[in-house]
Ligand binder design. Structure first.
Ligand SMILES: C[S@@+](CC[C@H](N)C(=O)[O-])C[C@H]1O[C@@H](n2cnc3c(N)ncnc32)[C@H](O)[C@@H]1O
Length: 208
């Protein structure tokens, strides 16, 4: 179970998609995450959308020519993703137990993206394991991108992971810091309540 499930009861898919559809209709930019990722790796690159939810980010990346895989635990979110893009690969899986081999996919992603507060919404105590699992799915040199809130005003749950804790998880998983931003438009990080972090896999890393 995840904090996300605690908050939503596992039934948020339709409402979540409707909320972003309304934002898009009102002229809001809902593709910042995909654009940010597209600035890091070229079209055609393999991308894992970790905690893909309704596929908001991944469907856009697929439209831009990326070779994408989506993974999420919440069946109601995945049902929307599947309905919106039935031709794309969506997997219902706990990121804390993510093993590409078991899903029949290669562990050589060029980029893993965890957008939309995935890390603060994991089950308590699983953050380091999830970072390790995701790092192991990257090819050496591949990039890990995570954007999440750090205080109450940027989160639907109490803050649970600090940037230094996240960086420690990354270091333990063989991921080195590349950059940190305050928005998906790559504005410099200013110490505020939201951060987008980019790390690079340096070496082979295990999942134990
Ligand atoms: C706020 S939604 C973000 C969805 C999507 N990334 C986006 O930006 O629109 C957070 C997602 O993290 C997923 N999640 C939380 N813990 C998870 C876990 N252990 N394994 C897989 N997905 C998880 C939830 O199911 C949920 O879909």
């Amino acid at each position: 179970m995840s904090r996300w499930n605690d908050v939503t009861g596992g039934t948020a898919g339709q409402d979540y998609a409707a909320r972003f559809a309304a934002l898009a209709r009102s002229g809001k930019d809902v593709h910042g995450e995909a654009r940010f990722c597209a600035g890091l790796v070229p079209a055609g690159a393999r991308v894992l959308d970790a905690g893909c939810g309704t596929g908001r980010v991944m469907i856009r990346l697929a439209e831009l020519g990326y070779d994408c895989v989506g993974a999420d635990l919440d069946a109601s979110m995945l049902a929307v993703a599947q309905r919106q893009a039935p031709g794309l690969p969506w997997f219902q899986v706990d990121l804390a137990a993510f093993e590409p081999d078991l899903l029949g996919i290669a562990a050589d992603f060029d980029l893993v993206v965890a957008a939309g507060n995935v890390f603060p919404l994991l089950a308590a105590g699983t953050e380091a394991t999830v970072v390790k699992r995701l790092a192991a799915a990257l090819r050496p040199g591949g990039l890990m991108v995570a954007g999440f809130g750090l205080n109450e005003s940027h989160l639907p749950v109490p803050p649970s992971i600090t940037l230094s804790e996240y960086d420690d998880c990354c270091a333990a998983a063989g991921l080195a810091p590349v950059g940190r931003f305050s928005t998906w438009d790559a504005d410099p990080y200013d110490g505020g309540g939201y951060a987008v972090s980019v790390h690079r896999r340096l070496r082979m890393c295990g999942t134990s």
